[in-house]
Design a protein around this ligand. Structure first.
Ligand code: CRA
Length: 833
């Protein structure tokens, strides 16, 4: 059946029941018939698979209904192109969003199976590095929840984000073989395969009308095969689709060698072409100049665009209406080659003239920038691009030529300006600037927080902002309250629900109604009880993962995010050292647990050293009897979505202490504040908007602003000059330098101290005194339990702006020009077509 075929009456669906007896039956059937196990012999993992298969049948049913609805309604579709999706576990999220969590738990209980026990066995789908990938997952969930016809496209990496082990204090990476037990949530679509070409050459044909047409010939072809992951909207029938591509060798490719009789070579080559989708590059906000990465980018972009155009044509829309019926969002520059690929398909495959193809392309695309960090800006050597994607290089030259002509006309004589705007960087050995291609090929470009967008316009894209000021807009990030509140924090959810009506789950603006309860004694006490239980849950997990015992009646102070110099884990670590020294000196300090978690990119030595130093300091602190349980320092290993859902609800203090001007937005800051942690942070990224929302008295802001950082840098003050800005800073840094905390890593500690004293590129020492003051302020407030609970509850009630639903609505209205479809009620029993 094509997209347009009207539903055949014989194809009416008779939906599966979603009551406990029906589910029980399905789970038992799946265990025997799909998993192939005798219930008497089934392991917990067998039950996990059985229940997943039973739910899979129900989710796909709703996907079929949603797809039919979209086909009938003539909708405009949104396509989200992202190299990363940090999804986490799927079973509980799917059950909750489908509105059948409790009944499924009941059905399992009837079968003698504990839901919690089996749910824990599911591997996280960790097809992303950090904020950017998690944002993509939140956006898909929100599009489904709000009824937007949204499709995600990405790569089905065989190996996701590496698993972090801590061995002898250091990070050791282990491969994340997440598919080894099979994956019940994916639907392989062998019929949806598209050829993707690399290398080869371009043959030009001169047409009688003077135009030149091009054929890209020869080279190597790989097949992209689709795997679909249905994504359920919250308590709605809508189920959208995430399509991930896996590389498969083409038959032609194999045959060449089979015919030559070289069987081994044929099989080996087959494996080689399949490496394209083998592994996620574990770099967060850094560009990787590897040929394989370029191939990954082009691979998934080409397959996605072929699929998008195919669907458009199957729906019988004319090709020149592509941008009326579709909007494509580029998640950072990773898929930016899509601009050239779209042109190639329109020109070479669909024979559309250049100008018309260019108008379609520009109306179709928009681009989200996620960082200003120079090392994250993707550029590819022209020579590499010419070799791997010769046709695209030709198209990029022409796009650039026409663009420069346009600006030459508008800004005559400004040669330096044209050089800066060009897609080709001539200064660093001729490179293709992907961000320029993305800006030129899009009708809208957005930053991810107000400060970030304004810095984008002043710095990275200042020249483009002169050419097209209307192109740049802000869309501040958000998080889904379904995962980050309802699932992660059932205690707080229940408390809110006992006070206000439950529509806040769909419309987080309604959470404002909770605000008056911040001054209600009983609510505050209940809030403290919830926090306490969440801390006990985390303490148990910390013990299990690290062997460290932590109290649950003290302040939990957390810094959980990728390890990066600009995020300044060293600033927090210095504070740990300060507290340690003060306790040793007999001072009375507020008891606390400091918890760090996060991965370092395997090739980022400084970040790996920071992990080792944190672990060594923690080891001394945790074993020093003088601490008497007043200070514990934990490095929680292998931070991932599923552990974040346990850590975040237990936190009191949220560390958002990046050097101002470097964190584009942050989203962990939003999750923590939503769960009633108070932020200690710089005026960076979305922290500024969080302060505006929660009120300055309910957040601890410190340190230099982005402007002050720039001015400070210009002054060139040596970092060591700040050692006397705080009474203890000198002795803290000296303790590090002299190896007081080292356990075999003396040299490493000395090197970190040297780095701070001589380089300190992110101004840890310059900001330390202000940071320490802000921590002291937080400690004072924490000692007044009522004041703290009130501020925490105000944080919760005032976070509505940071719902991903608001983010998605802004994209839809200001960028995509799409409207949501009416959402259908949760259970499909009533009506099936
Ligand atoms: N590393 C930013 O650094 C931001 C997310 C999502 C990042 C974060 O501040 O919250 O994107 N940037 O917008 C990025 O990946 C390539 O750039 C991130 O996750």
């Amino acid at each position: 059946m094509t997209e347009t075929t009207p539903p055949n009456p014989r194809h009416r669906l008779s939906p599966l029941t979603c009551d406990a007896p029906g589910l029980r039956q399905s789970i038992r059937d799946a265990l025997v018939r799909v998993v192939g196990k005798d219930p008497d012999l089934a392991t917990p993992r067998d039950w996990l698979h059985a229940v997943s298969f039973a739910i899979r049948e129900r989710i796909i049913e709703r996907r079929v209904v949603t797809r039919r609805q979209f086909a009938d309604e003539d909708v405009k579709r949104v396509y989200y192109l992202s190299m990363e999706y940090l999804i986490g576990r799927m079973l509980e999220a799917n059950l909750r969003n489908m509105g059948i969590l409790e009944v499924t738990q009941q059905a399992l209980q009837d079968l003698g199976v504990d839901f919690r026990e089996i749910a824990r066995l599911e591997e996280d789908a960790a097809l992303g590095n950090g904020g950017l990938g998690r944002l993509a997952a939140c956006i898909l969930e929100s599009m489904a929840t709000q009824g937007y016809p949204g499709y995600g496209y990405g790569i089905r990496y065989e190996y996701g984000m590496f698993q972090q082990h801590i061995e002898h204090f250091r990070q050791v990476e282990h491969p994340d073989n997440w598919l080894r037990f099979g994956n019940p949530w994916e639907f392989p679509r062998p019929e949806k395969t598209f050829p993707v070409r690399f290398y080869g050459y371009v043959v030009e044909h001169h047409q009688p009308d003077g135009e030149t047409s091009c054929n890209w010939e020869n080279g190597e072809e790989v097949l992209a095969m689709a795997y679909d992951y249905p994504t359920a909207g919250y308590e709605r029938r809508n189920v959208n689709n995430l399509r991930l591509w896996a590389a498969k060798a083409t038959r032609d490719f194999d045959l060449r060698y089979f015919n030559e009789g070289d069987y081994i070579r044929a099989v080996a080559d087959k494996n080689e072409s399949e490496t394209i989708s083998m592994v996620l590059y574990p770099n967060d906000a850094t560009a990787i100049g590897k040929e394989l990465r370029l191939k990954q980018e082009y691979f998934f972009v080409s397959a996605s665009l072929q699929d998008i155009i195919d669907r458009h044509l199957q729906l019988e829309y004319p090709i020149d209406e592509l941008a009326d019926k579709a909007a494509i969002q580029l998640n950072d520059t990773h898929p930016a080659i899509a601009v050239a690929e779209c042109m190639r398909l329109l020109l070479d495959e669909h024979r559309i003239p250049w100008d018309q193809a260019w108008t379609i392309t520009r109306n179709l695309f928009s681009y989200t920038n996620h960082t200003l960090m120079p090392e994250a800006l993707e550029t590819w050597p022209v020579a590499l691009m010419e070799r791997v994607l010769p046709r695209h290089m030709g198209i990029i030259y022409r796009i650039n030529h026409e663009f420069i002509e346009e600006v030459r006309h508008r800004f005559p004589g400004e040669h330096e300006f044209f050089r800066r705007l060009s897609i080709i960087d001539e200064d660093h050995g001729r490179r293709v600037r992907m961000a320029h291609l993305a800006v030129i090929g899009s009708h809208r470009v957005n930053g991810v927080a107000a400060l970030h967008t304004s810095l984008l316009k002043q710095t990275l894209f200042a020249d483009f902002n002169r050419v097209w000021p209307e192109r740049f807009v802000n869309v501040t990030n958000g998080v889904t309250p379904r995962l980050w509140m309802i699932q992660a924090n059932p205690g707080l959810t229940e408390l809110i629900e006992s006070r206000i009506s439950s529509d806040w789950k769909f419309d987080l603006d309604r959470l404002k109604q909770f605000e008056p309860y911040a001054s209600d004694d009983a609510t505050r006490e209940a809030f403290r009880a919830v926090k306490r239980r969440n801390k006990e849950r985390l303490a148990a997990l910390v013990h299990k993962r690290t062997g460290i015992t932590i109290r649950s009646d003290v302040m939990y102070d957390v810094q959980i995010k990728r390890i990066h110099e600009y995020k300044r884990q060293l600033l927090k670590l210095l504070h740990v050292i300060e507290l340690y020294q003060r306790i040793r000196d007999g001072e009375d300090v507020l008891p606390r647990v400091v918890l760090f978690a996060g991965k370092a990119a395997p090739g980022y030595q400084r970040a790996k050293d920071i992990i080792a130093v944190i672990n060594e300091v923690a080891d001394i602190v945790n074993h020093d009897p003088a601490m008497g349980d007043r200070l514990k320092c934990v490095f929680f290993p292998n931070y991932e979505v599923s552990s974040a859902t346990i850590i975040i609800p237990a936190a009191d203090l949220s560390e958002q202490i990046s050097t101002a001007g470097f964190e584009a937005s942050g989203t962990g800051n939003m999750k923590l504040a939503l769960n009633g942690a108070l932020t200690i942070g710089t005026l960076d990224g979305a922290n500024i908007e969080i302060r505006d929302a929660v009120g300055t008295e309910n957040i601890f802001i410190f340190g230099m602003t982005a402007d002050e950082i720039s001015a400070h840098r210009a002054q060139g003050i040596p970092p060591g000059a700040h050692l006397d800005s705080h009474p203890r800073l000198r002795s803290m840094v000296e303790a590090l330098r002299d190896g007081f905390f080292s356990n075999g890593g003396r040299h490493l500690h000395a090197e970190i101290a040297r780095y701070l004293l001589e380089e300190d590129p992110f101004f840890v020492l310059a900001d330390y005194a202000a940071y320490s003051d802000a921590c002291a302020q937080a400690d004072r407030m924490y000692q007044d339990a009522e004041a703290w609970s009130e501020a925490a509850l105000l944080n919760v009630a005032r976070m509505s702006h940071f719902s991903i639903d608001r983010t998605v609505r802004e994209y839809a209205q200001n960028i995509w020009n799409v409207v949501p479809e009416p959402v259908l009620p949760p259970c499909p029993e009533a009506d099936t077509n």
